[in-house]
Design a protein around this ligand. Sequence first.
Ligand SMILES: Cc1cc2nc3c(=O)[nH]c(=O)nc-3n(C[C@H](O)[C@H](O)[C@H](O)COP(=O)(O)OP(=O)(O)OC[C@H]3O[C@@H](n4cnc5c(N)ncnc54)[C@H](O)[C@@H]3O)c2cc1C
Length: 231
Amino acid sequence: MKVKLLTYTPEPIKTLYTSARTCYSEEAPDDIWEKDIPLEKMHALIDKVINAGHHSVLEHISFTFAIEGISRSCSHQLVRHRLASFSQQSQRYVIVDEESFVIPSTIMASDELLNKYKALITEIHKTYKFMLEQGIPAEDARFLLPNATTTNVVMTMNFRELWHASVLRLCYKAQWEIRDMFRLIRKEVDKVIPGFARYLQPTCITEGVCYEINPCQEMEHYLKRRNETTE
Ligand SMILES: Cc1cc2nc3c(=O)[nH]c(=O)nc-3n(C[C@H](O)[C@H](O)[C@H](O)COP(=O)(O)OP(=O)(O)OC[C@H]3O[C@@H](n4cnc5c(N)ncnc54)[C@H](O)[C@@H]3O)c2cc1C
């Protein structure tokens, strides 16, 4: 899997600050933009609007990512995020080759299971190719392909949606592949906007609260450690 931040709104912190400040200021947005505000002060106002639930401010900046080699199982979860924009490689126009599939580490750990897994994928691809050779259109032959098949996606999210999706998908209750993907997204954003990654975390870290029905082991340990330090 590969994730690359292709582009993002220039001057993202200044854009968020100017948008937030405009709500509470007599000054024109253009004048606020031209001021030389220290970075910490801008972050402090962004924190304030986040804590106040004034989240529409976060929609003024957006990020576009190139996501390569995730499984169709992962992309299916990803596209459930309705406020993002997606362009996904089409199985109607692109013929899938035999090497393009993801192997979960649980299966990789056992030679016996790995061999069975690979053998079945090889068999599926043989039949897929046979269907294509018989003149079956790719849009129909693809019905045979497994969830493991890899895909490429370009995804754009504004910060409000990126924040929301990261809270859900960086949680240990999320599935490993989409969690790995959001870790890479977080790293990419952190590379170009230092300090920004602190917003992209699950609520156990940012709020010390878990909203899952059955919290994960990590949350139980985290809360225990937290209680120990406050006692
Ligand atoms: C751990 C985990 C397990 C999951 N398991 C399942 C499962 O078993 N089955 C399943 O079907 N899905 C499952 N999902 C997917 C989940 O139900 C959501 O579809 C997905 O996380 C997208 O989240 P969302 O709807 O909050 O966000 P987005 O679609 O990204 O939307 C962002 C926010 O916009 C608002 N919004 C968007 N659209 C509307 C709307 N039409 N009406 C009102 N408000 C709207 C909401 O406030 C929403 O939170 C799972 C997700 C996670 C993280």
